[in-house]
Design a protein around this ligand. Sequence first.
Ligand code: NG1
Ligand code: MG
Length: 514
Amino acid sequence: MAGSAVHVPEVTSLDEIYAPEALLSQGKRWNDLAAEFERLYGKTPDFIARAPGRVNIIGEHIDYMLYEVMPMAVAIDLLVAVAAAPTPEGEEATVEIANLSADKFPSKTFAIPREGDVEINSNDHHWTNYFKCGIRGALQLLRSEGWNGNSVSMKVLVHGTIPSGGGLSSSAAFTCASALAVLTANGQKEVEKSKLVNLAVVSERFVGVNSGGMDQTASVFGDKDSALYVSFVPELKAKQFSFPKSNPPLSFLIAQTYVTSEKKITAPIHYNLRVVETTLAAVVLAKKLELGSLPGDNGPLGYSLSGLQKKYFEKRGTTPSVVQQLETMVDVVKQTLTQEEGYTKEEIAGILETTPEALTERYMTRFPIRAERFQLRSRAIHVYSESLRVNKFAELMMNAPESASLSYLEAMGQLMNESQDSCRDLYNCSCPELDLLCDVARKAGSVGSRLTGAGWGGSSVHLIPEDKVPQVEAALKEQYYKEKYPQALESDEAWRDAVVVSKPGQGAVVYRGF
Ligand code: NG1
Ligand code: MG
C-alpha cells in the first residue's frame, strides 16, 4: 500500500496483519489473549493495539544523528488488549495491567494523576514502565492539543513475542502499542502515524534511554510488502521500497546471539554514552572549524553531526553531492579530531571554553553517563561513513536492474560487512558472539552479515542468496548454537526463535474484531 493513509489502520481481521502461513498460530494466540482477558477481568477487551519489532538492514547508530536508516518491521509483535471505563468524577484513573507471561512479568495496579504525569522510576526496571511511557506520552500529546479531560481507567493485558534485549526492539514496540492503546482508549478514533512515532520516541526516553527514532518509525510505518527508508530531517518520512528482484532471489536472515543486552541498564556506558560522544563530536568540530554556533535540531541532545555537515557546506558556499559531502566529512573528522586515544571531559571543556561542570550539566545530567575518555574521533568517523554506506545501499536497492545478479547482491552485502567492521572497530558496539555469527554465516554463503539494532548482544542480520539459506542455517547450528546455546536445537519452535528468514511485516494497528 504505497503512500498508505497517514493514520494507524483499524483492522477487523488478522489476515490484514499476518502472512497466510502465520494465521493459524496467530489466531490461537489472539484467542488465548482474549480468553485470559475475560477470565481476569470478566469482560472482553474493547480493542487490541498491536505494534511489531523491527530489524535494521543498514544504518546503525546514526538515527540519533539524524541520518537516514533502512529498517523493516518484522512479524513478531506486542499486543495490548484494553477495556476502558470512564473514571468517576473527582477520582484518579486507575490502570490494572497484567501479562500473559505472568511468571516473568507480574501484574501491577497504579493510578494516573488528574494533572501532571504518571510517575516512572527509571531505576526500577519494572516491565510496566513501558506502558507508563505510553500513558505519559499520549496524555501529554492530548493535553497539548487542548484536551483537558481525565483519562479513562483501563484494564490491560499484554502479550509479546519479541525477545527482550534481543535487538529486535521489543521496547519500541511496547511503547508504540501502549501509546496507541492509551490514545484509542481515550476516544481518539484516528491516530496520525507521525504523531504516534514522535510521541513514542520522546516517551521511550522516560525509561532512561536517550533513543533515536528508527525503531518507533519502523514499528508504526511498517508494511507487509516493503522495507523502509527513513529520514528524520526536515521532518519524519518513511519511504517504502521493495527488495530488488534477483537471480538467485535474495533473503534476509535474522540470527539471535542470545546474549541479552539490556540497554536501559547499560545505557550510561553504552547507548547514552554514544549519544553524548557523537553530539559532543559535532559541537567540538563546529568550534575547531570556526563554524560559529551550531543550529539546534531534533537530535536527542539538541545538536547532530548531520547539522554540522549542513553548516560546514553552507559556510563554504558549495553543495556537492551527498556522497561527496559525506566523504569530505570523514576526512574533516580525521584531520580535526586527531586524538586517537579520545578526549577527557576537561580537554573538551577547554576546547569549548567552558567548565567540566557546565558540560556535565548540559549533556550528562538527564541521562547520566560514565566515561574516562570520550571517543569523538572514531564515533564521528563511524557516523559519517555509515551514512555513506546507507546512501550507497539505498542506491543499489532502489535502482537495481530488472534481474540483479549475484555480484550485484555481493556489492550490497559488502556494504553490510563494512558496516559490521565499523560497528566493531570504531563504534565498539559489537561483541564476540555477534562477530562469530557473522563470520560463520559469511563462510557458509551469506554475502553480507552484521549486527542489527544497538548491538552489544542481540541479533544479527544476513543477506543471503536464497539457495544458500539451508547451508547458512546448518553452519550456524553446528558452529554457534550447538556450543553456545544448545536450547535452540531442542525443538523446531526453539530453532525458529533463534534463526528466521525475515520478511517485511505490517506496522502498528488497532484491532476491533470482537
Ligand atoms: P535497540 O536497542 O536495538 O532497540 C537502538 C535505538 C535506535 C537506534 C539503534 C542503533 C531505541 C528504542 N532504539 O535500538 O534508535 O539508535 O539502537 O542503530 O533506543
Ligand atoms: Mg529497544
